[in-house]
Design a protein around this ligand. Structure first.
Ligand SMILES: Nc1nc2c(ncn2[C@@H]2O[C@H](COP(=O)(O)OP(=O)(O)OP(=O)(O)O)[C@@H](O)[C@H]2O)c(=O)[nH]1
Ligand SMILES: [Zn+2]
Length: 181
């Protein structure tokens, strides 16, 4: 990867051997590997056994989880926040694990729609709840810094599984909780 970044600097007409750029290919490769570290993570590792038996069947919502991802079309960032709700079926998940699940799938080359669905499916796999809801609000730098340059645009995507898909009241309760201050 560092060799590729060196070529890229040449392609920009830069001198990769000038002082400020000598270590840039290694730095950039390291940064890109960090932005995509989710490829090396599995759901099982991240859960670390933090699934607990609990007689709780009311909605759990963790909202406004920060998310940084990389647009797979332009290799520039998109970022925003993720809200996750689930309706437990006698099993709950360590709360931090919801944020860690966001990390597994956001730290990859992504489109926001797939990211949203992958998070919902992972929560389902982790605790087999009665339903899962995920809403992602993202700002895409490919639409801000280039292209159509719409600096205030936000993209909202959602995935509703189980009761959140089938029951409008459950979905509404989730959306009210997510949209409340
Ligand atoms: N659905 C979806 N599209 C995305 C996402 N991120 C970027 N895109 C879009 O991917 C598309 C790629 O379109 P192309 O026409 O091949 O590329 P482009 O010429 O750079 O397009 P413009 O961005 O319109 O200038 C663009 O419409 C982007 O807005 C995403 O997360 N989801
Ligand atoms: Zn893009």
């Amino acid at each position: 990867m560092a060799r590729s970044y060196r070529l890229l600097l040449g392609g920009l007409g830069e001198n990769p051997d000038r002082q400020g750029l000598i270590k840039t290919p290694e730095r950039a490769a390291k940064a890109m590997l960090y932005f995509t570290k989710g490829y090396d993570q599995s759901l099982e590792d991240v859960l670390n056994g933090a699934v607990f038996d609990e007689d709780h069947d009311e909605m759990v919502v963790v909202k406004d989880i920060e998310m940084f991802s990389m647009c797979e079309h332009h290799l520039v960032p998109f970022y925003g926040k993720v809200s996750i709700g689930y309706l437990p079926c006698n099993k709950i998940l360590g709360l931090s694990k919801l944020a860690r699940i966001v990390e597994i799938f956001s730290r990859r080359l992504q489109v926001q729609e797939r990211l949203t669905k992958q998070i919902a499916v992972a929560v389902t796999q982790a605790v087999q709840p009665a339903g899962v809801a995920v809403v992602v609000e993202g700002v895409h730098m490919c639409m801000v810094m280039r292209g159509v340059q719409k600096i205030n645009s936000k993209t909202v995507t959602s995935t509703m599984l189980g009761v959140f898909r089938d029951d409008p009241k459950t979905r509404e309760e989730f959306l009210n909780l997510v949209n409340s201050k």
